[in-house]
Every structure is written in C-alpha cells, then in structure tokens.
Ligand binder design. Structure first.
Ligand code: I22
Ligand code: G3H
Length: 948
C-alpha cells in the first residue's frame, strides 16, 4: 500500500506544505487528495513568494488587478484568497466526510508585518476569514507574545486558527492556554464551539539547524561534555516534539477541558511544521517517520512527501524513546545551552524568514503593477473627413454632460426618456464589469479544461445561436488551436447536412458537447442537445451526460433538464448580461479555454480597455469606446450608416460577431447601423455616400492591398477608421471597445441598445408554423412561384415572364442607399460562398448598393433584428433548398429539414409583415447548382436603381 495512505492507520494526517495555482488547476492537488490521502494544505508568505514571484501563473491576473487600480496589498490578498478558496473547495469532501477528524483545512497566514501587532492581527484575521468565506479555512497567527491575545480573540470569534512559529515548550503551553481561553470566552458568550478547529504548528528542522552546529562544536572540544553533546546532535528537535506531545496529552484532559469537550470542543492538535530535512547527514524522512502518532498533523513539503511515498515506512513512533527525549531536554543546560533563549531567537529569525520573502514579493508585485499601468489601450485612427467637426461637437456635448461618468453609473437617461426602456437598460448593463468577475473564475475554468482532457475528451462541439456561439466562432478562426487545447467545432444551424457533417467529423464518444443558451428556451440549441444526447446515449447509455456541458442563466428550465440528464457541468452565466454582450463571460471563455487560449490574458486586455474607457476614473486620454461610438452614431445620422468592415483573412469571422452586436443593438425604431462584412474592397466609384470603412487588423501585418484601397477611399472623401491590434489576444480589448461603442452610438440615436424587439417576430411565426407541422405533418405553403426555370423557383411580390425578368423587376425596386441582404438557408460550402460573393459583386458593381450575406438560421439571432426593426432599406433574397438527406429529431414529430424550412418561411412572413422587399429563390435538391443557375439568369438581366 502507498505509505501515504497506510499512514492513516496511525491516525496521522498528512497536509501539504505548499500551494501554487498551477497544482490547483492541473489536477495535481486533487490527485494527491484522491490517491495519496492528502488531508490539508498550509501556506505561508514564503510559499506564496515562490508561487507568485517565481512563476508566471499569476501574471495575467496581476495585470487585471493592477489595471483596476488595486494596490499591491489588494493584489496580493486577492491572489492568495482565490488560491485558498480554490484549495478549500478541493478539500471540501474531506472536510465534510464523517471521519474528517479535524482535516480538510487550508491555512492562510496573516501578514508577517503584523507579527508583533495584536490588534492588526485580529483585524486581518477577521478580514481574511470573511473574505475566504469557507468553513474549512484556517487563519494562521504567529505564536509571538503579541499573537497570543489575538489567538484567544479569534478563537472566541469562532474562527479556525493555525498557530504558527512555535519553537519552544513554554510557548506551546501558552498557545494551548490561549486556545482554551478563547473557547471559554465563546461559551460564555453563548456561542457554539463544536465547529472550531485549531492546530499548534511546532517548527522542527530549524531547531536542529540552529543547535546542531553548537553541539558539534562542543563535541569537538571532547571530554565528558563533548561526549554528551555528541549524543545530542540531531536529537533536540525530535525531543522537543515528543515532549510537546506529552504536554498535549496532559493539557487536553481534566475537568477544565472536559467542560469544553461536553460542548463539542475539539482539541488543538499538534502540527509538525518545518519538516523538510536540511541536513544531508540525516534521513530525509527524519521529521516524518519519527513523529507519526495519533491525532497529529504533519505538513510536508512536496519533495519530502514524494520521498515518503517512495520509501516511507509508517509506524507509530511518537511515544518511542521518551526517556531519551526528556534526558536531552533536561541536560541541555549542562552544556550551557538555554533552549528557551535559543527558541526565542528562532522566533525572531522565523518572523524574518517570512518578512523577507514577503517584502520581495511585494516588490515584484509593485514592478508588475507599474508595468501594467504603463500599457495603454490601442487607439483607433479616425480619418473622418467632412464629418470630423460634427463628431468633435458631439464628443464635446457628451463630455459636457459627463457622459463617461454617467455611463459607468448606468444612468439610463443618457439613452432614452422612456421609463420602460430605462429599466431594461439598467438591467442589462452587467457586461460593464463582468470581465472583473470572470478574472476570478479563470482558475475554475482552467481546472475544468484540465478535467475534460484528463477524462479523455478529444474534441469539443459548441452548440447554440447568436450571442451564445459568436465569440467561439471568432476565437476558432482567429487563434490557432492552443498547445494544451482541443479541436473545436461550432454548430449554429438547423441545416441537416451540416449537422451530419459535424457528426461524421468527430469522435462521438470522446466529444464534449457544450449546449449554450442564455435563456435555455431557444429551440435550436435544445434540438442540437437532444439530437447529440440521443446519439451519445446509443454509445454510452446512462453515462451520456458525461459528454455534455450547459452554459445558461441561473433558473432557466434548461438547468433542470441538464441536471436530470446528468450533464457533466452546468456553468451559470449572468442574467444581467445580454447574449451579444457575453463574449467575455462563460459563453465565450469556456470554449476559448478548451481551445487552448489564455483566457486570463484575454481578460487582462479587456480590463485594459475598460480602464481606457473610464471604468476606474478618468484614464487621462480620450475614451476609445466613446470616441468610436460617437463617430459611428454621428456618421449614421448623416446617412453613412453602412459600417463596412475590412479585416485580414485570419479575422474574417470577426464580422459575424460585430454584425450581431451592432445590428441587433442599433437596428430598431427604423434606425440603426448596418454592418457590412465580407465585401472585398473595391474602387471608390463603386460606393455610395452611405459608407464608413473600418479596418481591424494587426500592427505586424502590412496588408498592403487593403491599406492602399483604404487610402484611395479616404482620399475620395469616405471616412476611414483603423484599429491595429498587437495580436489576437487583443480581441479581448476589441470586444470591449465595440461593446462600449455600440452602447454609445445607441445613445446618439436615443435608443435602448439592449433589447431586440423584432427578433421575436420571426420566432413567433416559426413557432406557429411548427405547431401546424406537428398537427398536419407539413408546412402550409400558400404562395406559388412567379416563375420556375431550370429547376429554380422564384417567389416574390414582383412578377416577370422569366427568371431574369423577375430578378430585374425585383432589383428595380432599389433606391440609392439601400442594401441587398442574402439569406442562405443552405449548407455552407466554399463553392456556395464563391457564388454568393459573385452575386454580391454583381449587385455592387451594377447598383452600387451595399451587400450583406448570412447563413440561416444564424442571422435570425443577429442581423435579423435590423432587417425588421431598422430602416426599410433592404432588399432581401432568401435562398432555400430541398433536404435530400434530412435528419429526424429524436422525440419530435419533425426533422431538422422541416425545422429549417419553417424558420425560413417564418422569417419571410415576418419580413413581409414589415413591408420589406423580398425574393425567395428555391434552389431544388442541388443548392450549389441552383445558385449558379440563378446567377446565369441574373447575368442576362439589366439592373438599375430607381432615381433618388
Ligand atoms: O503552515 C505552516 C505551519 O503551520 C508551514 O507552512 C510552515 O510555515 C512551514 O512548515 C515552515 O515555514 C517551513 O519551514 P522551513 O522548512 O523553511 O524551515
Ligand atoms: O443571441 C442570442 C440568441 O438568440 C440565442 O439566445 P439564447 O442564448 O437565449 O439561446
């Protein structure tokens, strides 16, 4: 048997004298708890100096905290408290087990600067206890003369105390007395004492380190004294420990103790500390093996623990050789050695041994703090041409009403005077500071990633719509898979062929499925979840839930169903953060971490941008979010409402995220900014006066082709905004900048950015159709095509003699400043992308209209809001196709294909109910061929826009 497990037979508890964030996250501490019967952890300032100062585990968190204007003290406290909480949680099962026998504790020491400060110690002890907020934390207080009253008081307050820095027997007695008196004070105050745990940490190896050289010197002098000294070398520490144990047995008996015991008091156990051997002449396990005895704890450094695991021979030795121990202690004075004086010296030295590393740690934190503060957020370069003056005036107006301060106070009057809208605004501004909350959740998420990998998962599929999957889509495209990450796929379509493609491309049994839905009621993610759950169940039976993770808001119905289905994990997000503002919450960060991205760093960058936007008071310069938002708002009001996003290839999916954010937030009440993504840059003559160009790229990437075109556009009078990131991790900052900018632009328009009133129209129409499907088995089709040609059918309010004619008449409705929106309810493919791009190019070239394109049903949860709620300037071409290889949906009477068709028809009906100009093109069984056929017809049509 592993000696570390066998040692339990002797009622000896082994705790680990070490902590570091890495071992909390990478499963090492959990493994030691599970496999090595580890029963607690102690930390001290030197341990944290090694952990924090000696590694980069904490650097991103330090930067985030520094940027929040936290002092070095606050940074230290937040870091250590987070680690201690995490460790406490890992030990919770030990703490709560019926045979806990005083174990499952994690110790956190008060500042070494307080070693001689009673009041300071009490104050910090109370503060730490409250901040850690775990029943199994122990606050460590030094056994100095000033520490003793603090121990008594904190015990009386009901706090678990680890008394540290005990070197001598006389002091040990005072420590036990302080403990007992504290319990008595508490009883007098009528408070319970049965949950209070305490240990008295007796430091060992340091005793020998101090006294052995003295003994060796005397031994070298020879004679009788020399002989005596020789016999005592290496014996003083063990003798002290053995004698302390005898005292322990004497103290915790008798009527005084019995009275407390009757009220449930637990003894203050002895804990052997400083048990790593420092003398190569001794056995490495000297301070472990010899001190095994009932009801004692040994806190062991990692290296010693590993040696014990390899060659430890557990046996009860604590009460062996007591005569010898007593003799050693009795005869030391004969050698002129006063143990009490020497241990006093050890106490002073002990305080120094904690103070010095603590000081060093504070210095290194201060350096990192300063470095963090020196980094400034990437500025956007604004070349706004004629609009500059109006933008400047608006910024001045906003500044004069202290917009930034009001924004951070969630003053809804900055947006609208409508009371209901104001209430909604206040309720959905949780995203403002959610990055700070998420910094604290990073270790938890990283630990989860580790668990998932250790459980053998090889792939991740994130399933959800809109804001619940947009950020993962961007991450997947903008970053390479991280060294420690897993490959990731995103499913956000009901298209049966895509579902099938994903299913065929993954190792089903070893795939982790994340069902992401804020509301927990969105039909698509629930369908995806049911479909894949059914598939995995066929392989793993009742254990299918192991492969599933939910991200949703607390209290959603989905929480109940995921719990019933035994989901591996449910991450509860934040009700006050709307979907499209949730990139930096569990929705974005759990998939990002699984993919191997440093989420701590992403958040640090976001917090840098928060700071620049005034989250912690004036940041000295312009507020980049305000600057961008005002520019976009003013330009849109001047008619430049088509934000044309230009990005390098590696960022092409950023447009999907931005589309949702801007279109869904601003596209309402007949107003809005239309994001135009995926249009290749063309010569200035092809653009109307309705554009603003925004380039988001990298400092290090010249991207000359786009840059020279942008210059030409700027020269031609178009406004151009450029944002250059340092690397992909700056997306953390950009998400934040754009969220602020979107909210600010909405304030320019005077609308509520946080609702999406018209998304519901399509959902309602789809639901109605699905009800008919459930009753009648198929979707009711009322409309007949105007023309069917070469297998492609055209449905529209406009007529024509043939396909080209219908297309010509449809586009003849266009006016300058309108836009084309392509809605492809199809299986995404490179061939299709190319054909759809050709359609966009042709419309742009011939009509000079802005063109947008999206796959359905994705865009329903995104730009769908703008399509119905924004200005009536869109021409909508909807593509549908047959589903030759449909997929049934388990537990439902319809297929994925029918679901998708109902979504298309539902949205078409919604668009028509808002008087939008629509054309539906049904492509038949071969969508790729069908689009080509339609393009061929379009090529023969003569397109022109109406006069302005
Ligand atoms: O928490 C405790 C004791 O409660 C321990 O962390 C204690 O501080 C350590 O064992 C000692 O500081 C380690 O001492 P040493 O090995 O450096 O002499
Ligand atoms: O953007 C949000 C989508 O409509 C999905 O909503 P959900 O996260 O509640 O499922």
């Amino acid at each position: 048997m592993n000696p570390l497990v066998a040692i339990r037979e002797f009622d000896q508890s082994i705790w680990l004298d070490f902590i570091r964030r890495k071992i909390l996250i990478n499963g090492e501490l959990q493994r030691r708890i599970t496999d090595e019967a580890l029963r607690g952890v102690t930390s001290n300032p030197a341990i944290f100096e090694k952990a924090i100062g000696g590694s980069d585990d904490y650097d991103a968190a330090i930067r985030s905290l520094a940027l929040q204007n936290k002092s070095v003290d606050q940074i230290y406290t937040e870091l250590v408290i987070a680690d201690v909480q995490h460790a406490c949680d890992l030990f919770k099962p030990v703490y709560e087990s019926h045979d806990n026998s005083g174990d499952g504790y994690v110790s956190l020491e008060v500042s070494p600067a307080l070693v001689n400060d009673t009041e300071g110690t009490i104050e910090e002890g109370l503060r730490f206890w409250k901040a850690v907020d775990r029943p199994n934390v122990m606050i460590k207080v030094p056994a100095t003369l000033e520490g003793l009253p603090a121990i008594r008081r904190l015990i009386a307050e009901g706090i678990n105390i680890n008394v540290t820095l005990i070197f001598g027997l006389e002091r040990y007695k005072l420590v036990a007395e302080a403990f007992i008196a504290g319990l008595e004070d508490r009883v007098k105050a009528g408070q319970p004492i049965d949950k209070i745990a305490s240990v008295a940490s007796f430091f060992l190896s340091r005793i020998d380190v101090l006294i052995d050289p003295m003994l060796e010197k005397l031994a070298a002098e020879g004679g009788e004294k020399g002989e005596l000294a020789q016999r005592m070398v290496g014996e003083v520490a063990l003798a002290s420990a053995k004698q302390a144990y005898q005292l322990y047995k004497e103290i915790f008996v008798g009527p005084r103790w019995a009275a407390l015991e009757a009220k449930g008091a637990n003894t203050q156990r002895l804990l052997w500390a400083s048990t790593g051997n420092k003398n190569p002449k001794y056995d490495d396990l000297k301070y472990i093996t010899n001190l095994i005895g009932p009801r004692t704890v040994n806190t062991v450094p990692v290296e010693t623990l590993d040696i014990f695991r390899e060659k430890g021979q557990p046996a009860d030795h604590l009460e062996e050789g007591l005569d010898k121990a007593q003799e050693v202690l009795r005869r030391l004075p004969e050698l002129g050695l006063n143990l009490e004086e020497l241990t006093n010296h050890l106490e002073i030295d002990g305080a120094k041994k904690f103070n010095e590393p603590f000081g060093k740690l504070m210095e290194s934190l201060e350096k990192k703090r300063q470095q963090a503060l020196a980094i400034t957020a990437t500025r956007a370069t604004m070349q706004l041409g004629e609009a500059q003056a109006a933008v400047d005036a608006k910024i001045e107006e906003f500044n004069s009403k202290n917009f930034t301060e009001g924004f951070w106070q969630k003053e809804a009057t900055l947006w609208t005077q409508d009371a209901e809208a104001q209430q909604s605004i206040r309720s959905f501004m949780g995203w403002l500071r959610v990055a700070e909350t998420m910094v604290r959740a990073v270790p938890e998420i990283e630990q989860f990633v580790h668990e998932v990998k250790a459980a053998g998962f090889r792939h991740v599929v994130v399933m959800g719509m809109g804001g619940s999957t947009m950020a993962p889509i961007v991450f997947k495209e903008s970053f390479p898979q991280g060294e420690n990450g897993l490959p990731i796929s995103v499913l956000d379509t009901t298209d049966p062929s895509t579902v099938r493609q994903i299913e065929e491309s993954i190792p089903l049994a070893e795939t982790l499925f994340i069902v992401a839905s804020k509301s927990g009621t969105t039909a698509e993610p629930l369908a995806f979840g049911d479909y894949f759950y059914d598939r995995v169940k066929q392989l793993k039976g009742e254990k299918a839930g192991e492969n599933f993770v939910a991200i949703t808001d607390p209290g959603s119905k989905f929480v109940t169903s995921a719990t019933e289905q035994g989901y591996r994990r449910i991450f509860l997000n934040f009700p006050e953060v709307g979907g499209r503002f949730s990139a930096l919450t569990y929705f974005g960060l759990v998939p990002a971490a699984l993919y191997g991205i440093s989420i701590g760093e992403l958040l640090a960058r976001a917090i840098g941008m928060m700071r620049a936007c005034g989250a912690y008071g004036s940041a000295g310069g312009q507020n980049p979010g305000l600057e961008l938002g005002v520019a976009l708002g003013v330009l849109a009001e001047q008619g430049r409402d088509k934000l044309t996003l230009i990005v390098p290839e590696s960022l092409s999916d950023l447009g999907l995220w931005l589309e949702q954010l801007l279109a869904e937030s601003t596209g309402k009440e007949g107003k809005g900014i239309l994001p135009v993504a995926g249009e290749p840059l063309r010569e200035p003559g092809l653009y109307g006066h309705d554009r603003v160009f925004v380039y988001v790229g990298y400092q290090s990437e010249a991207d000359e082709a786009n840059q020279s075109k942008l210059q030409a556009l700027q020269k031609a009078g178009h406004p151009v905004i450029t944002i250059l990131m340092n690397d992909a991790l700056d997306l953390g900052a950009e998400f934040y900048r754009w969220e602020v900018a979107t909210a600010v632009a909405s304030a320019v328009f005077g609308i509520n950015p946080f609702d999406q009133p018209n998304v519901q129209a399509a959902k309602t129409a789809t639901d109605r159709l699905m009800k008919v499907v459930e009753q009648e088995g198929q979707i009711p089709r009322k409309e007949e095509p105007k023309v069917t040609e070469n297998g492609v059918a055209y449905y529209s309010a406009v007529s024509g003699n043939d396909a080209a004619d219908v297309l010509q008449n449809f586009f003849a409705q266009a006016r300058p400043g309108d836009f084309l929106n392509i809605q492809a309810y199809l299986t995404e493919s490179p061939v299709l992308n190319e054909s759809l791009q050709k359609l966009r190019n042709q419309v742009q070239e011939q009509l000079h209209l802005a063109t947008t394109s999206g796959y359905g049903p994705r865009f329903l949860h995104s730009t769908g809001q703008y399509h119905k709620g924004g200005p009536n300037t869109g021409l909508f071409v909807q593509f549908t196709a047959d589903h030759p290889q449909d997929l049934p949906l388990p537990g439902r009477s319809y297929t994925f294909g029918t679901f998708m068709n109902a979504q298309a028809q539902g949205d078409l009906e919604a668009l028509q109910s808002f008087d939008r100009r629509t054309l539906r093109v049904h492509l038949g069984p071969d969508a790729e061929q069908g689009v080509k056929t339609m393009l061929a017809a379009l090529a023969t049509a003569s397109l022109s826009v109406q006069e302005a």
